[in-house]
Design a protein around this ligand. Structure first.
Ligand SMILES: [Zn+2]
Length: 301
C-alpha cells in the first residue's frame, strides 16, 4: 500500500516537472497547406512553410535547414500526389524523424483525401512527366480544401489529443465560414462557365473543373517541359478557331510562354497567385480564391 502511494506521489512530481506540451510543430511543404494549418491549429500550432509562394513546388532543393525543420516536426503537411517527389522523400529520409515517415500519423498528404483528375494510363518520367499519380494541383478547387480541412483537423486531434476540442471548434468555425465563401465565389464566377481558355502548365484542372472553364490548349507539351517556340507556334495555329478568352499561368512560373501567345493573339495573359501569398492581395486562404475569381472576371473583355 505504502509502495503504491509512493509510486503515485512520484508520478505527480514527475508530471509537474515536465513542461506543458509545446505547440504542435508543423512542417508545411507549400504555403496553402501552411495557411490551412494555421487556420485550423490557431494558437496550438507552430507552422513552418518549406517553400515560398513564388517557388515552383515541383522543384525544391532539399537544403540542410529544411532537413533540420523536418527532424523536429510533429507532422509534415504536404500536397502529395507526387508533387514533392523530387524532394520530400529525401527530406524525410535524411531527417531520421520516425514520427513523420510515410504511414505514420505525422505524415499528412492532402491529395490522399481527394479524387484526383488526369490520372495517366501510362507514365514515362523519362519524357518529363511530373504528374504520374494524376494531377496534384488540388488547391485549384475550394471544395477540395473543405475535405482536406476536415481530415487535417482530425489528424491534429489524433497527434495532440489534449487539444482535440479546440481543433474541433476551430474546424467548425472555419468550415461554416468556408462554405458560405464558396457560395459567394460560385455566384460571382457564373459568367465564366463554358469559356474557352489556354493554360501554361496543367496547374488549373481543378480550378477549371470547379468553375466550368474549358481548356482548349496547354502551352507545355508535357507537364514540366517548357514549350519551344515551334511548339508555341503549333498551339497558336490550333487555337485560332476556339477563340480562347484568357491565358492562365501561376505566379511561381516563368510567364514568358503565356506572354508570347498573348502578344500574338491579343488574349490577356493572367498570372494567378496559385497559392497563399502568390500575389500581395492573396494573403490568406480565403483571399486566395477571392483574388483568383476576381482576376478571371476582371480580365474578361
Ligand atoms: Zn504540376
Amino acid at each position: 500500500m505504502r509502495m503504491r502511494f509512493l509510486v503515485l506521489i512520484f508520478g505527480f512530481v514527475l508530471a509537474a516537472a515536465l513542461p506543458a506540451r509545446a505547440a504542435l510543430d508543423i512542417f508545411a511543404c507549400e504555403p496553402e497547406w501552411g495557411a490551412l494549418s494555421r487556420e485550423l491549429g490557431g494558437a496550438k500550432v507552430k507552422v513552418r512553410d518549406a517553400t515560398s509562394p513564388l517557388q515552383d513546388p515541383h522543384f525544391v532543393t532539399a537544403r540542410p535547414s529544411l532537413i533540420a525543420a523536418v527532424r523536429k516536426a510533429d507532422i509534415v503537411v504536404c500536397n502529395g500526389a507526387d508533387l514533392e517527389i523530387g524532394w520530400l522523400p529525401l527530406l524525410l529520409r535524411k531527417s531520421g524523424n520516425r514520427d513523420v515517415q510515410p504511414g505514420a500519423k505525422g505524415n499528412f498528404l492532402a491529395a490522399d483525401f481527394i479524387n484526383k483528375l488526369e490520372i495517366p494510363t501510362s507514365v514515362d518520367r523519362a519524357l518529363g512527366d511530373i504528374h504520374p499519380q494524376g494531377n496534384p494541383h488540388i488547391v485549384g478547387n475550394p471544395h477540395n480544401i473543405s475535405i482536406v480541412a476536415q481530415a487535417l483537423s482530425q489528424r491534429f486531434a489524433e497527434i495532440d489529443p489534449e487539444n482535440s476540442a479546440y481543433y474541433q471548434a476551430r474546424y467548425q468555425a472555419f468550415n461554416d465560414h468556408w462554405q458560405s465563401a464558396i457560395v459567394k465565389w460560385e455566384t460571382a464566377a457564373a459568367p465564366l462557365r463554358g469559356l474557352p481558355i489556354v493554360v501554361q502548365h496543367k496547374t488549373w484542372v481543378y480550378l477549371t473543373d470547379w468553375l466550368g472553364l474549358k481548356v482548349v490548349a496547354t502551352l507545355e507539351p508535357r507537364p514540366g517541359i517548357p514549350p519551344t517556340t515551334s511548339h508555341l507556334q503549333k498551339v497558336l495555329n490550333e487555337i485560332r478557331d476556339s477563340k480562347p478568352r484568357l491565358i492562365l499561368n501561376a505566379a511561381y512560373e516563368n510567364s514568358k510562354p503565356s506572354r508570347w501567345l498573348a502578344e500574338r493573339t491579343g488574349v490577356p495573359a493572367v498570372t494567378l497567385p496559385y497559392t497563399v501569398g502568390g500575389t500581395k492581395e492573396a494573403d490568406d486562404i480565403f483571399q486566395l480564391y477571392e483574388v483568383m475569381v476576381n482576376m478571371l472576371l476582371e480580365n474578361l473583355e
